[in-house]
Design a protein around this ligand. Structure first.
Ligand code: PEP
Length: 249
């Protein structure tokens, strides 16, 4: 009932020739796949990757909430729409930690994306310390609610990505059980905040050191609807295997 998504976040990696190769390979590979494949290159390559898109979509890694103006270095939702981009990552833990993206700013970005009909992939997740102190669920709930409160959104206006910070780029993946427990909890929070129907239809992705070996078990969990993939999305064969794992669930 929920079509899975596998999104590859290249972060600040890649080149024009890498993008070209990836686009060709994914166009050929994803033609008959029952998965939405999303490529998220650095913004300088976004238009190139989107122009080549036949069987995938693109996601920006960031966006500004203002419509236009004196915001050197930023891009707007309208600019992303203008080049055909369909998704935008919001609240990635690297942006929260390294670029001081506080919750108020993320809420504005989310609202701007929804308003512009860009599909936000809202990233939430706890640190290792928060997990060890038994705060993981409270932290994720707070991140989720501070981003969506006040918005009357439907399941086709948002994607949530649970990305425990301790699993991002560390090689340490959450166990399928740990991930499932949090995904199910996120669905409960959405049901309480918005509606049971919306919660049941919303895609919730797992992110954090997903690789070709761990993908199948993670994606077979009932509340995991695909993945947000960092490091492994730069290895074309690994990324294809991860997409295949999502398709076979
Ligand atoms: C990410 O950056 O969203 C991510 C999940 O990275 P990695 O797969 O490398 O842990």
């Amino acid at each position: 009932m929920r079509i899975p998504i596998v999104a590859g976040n290249w972060k600040m990696n890649g080149s024009a020739s890498f993008a070209n190769e990836m686009c060709q390979q994914i166009n050929a590979f994803a033609a008959d796949l029952d998965v939405e494949v999303v490529l998220s290159p650095p913004s300088v390559y976004l238009a190139q990757v989107q122009l080549a898109a036949e069987n995938y979509s693109t996601a920006a890694q960031n966006v500004h909430f203002a419509a236009a103006g004196a915001y050197t270095g930023e891009v707007s939702t309208a600019m992303l729409r203008d080049v055909g981009c369909g998704y935008v990552l919001i609240g990635h833990s690297e942006r929260r930690a390294m670029f001081a993206e506080i919750q108020e700013v993320l809420a504005k970005k989310l609202a701007a994306a929804v308003e512009a009909k860009l599909l936000p992939i809202l990233c939430v997740g706890e640190t290792l310390e928060q997990r060890q102190q038994g705060q993981a669920f409270a932290v994720v709930k707070q991140q989720l609610l501070s981003a969506i409160s006040g918005l009357d959104i439907t399941a086709d206006q948002i994607v949530v990505a649970y990305e425990p910070i301790w699993a991002i780029g560390t090689g340490e993946t959450a166990s399928p059980e740990q991930a499932q427990e949090m995904h199910s909890y996120i669905r409960t929070v959405l049901a309480e905040q918005i509606s049971v129907a919306m919660a049941a239809k919303t895609r919730i992705l797992y992110g954090g050191s997903v690789n070709a070996e761990t993908a199948s078990q993670l994606f077979s969990q009932p509340d995991i609807d695909g993945g947000l993939v960092g490091g492994a999305s730069l290895k074309i064969e690994d990324f294809k295997n991860i997409c295949s794992a999502a398709a076979s669930q």
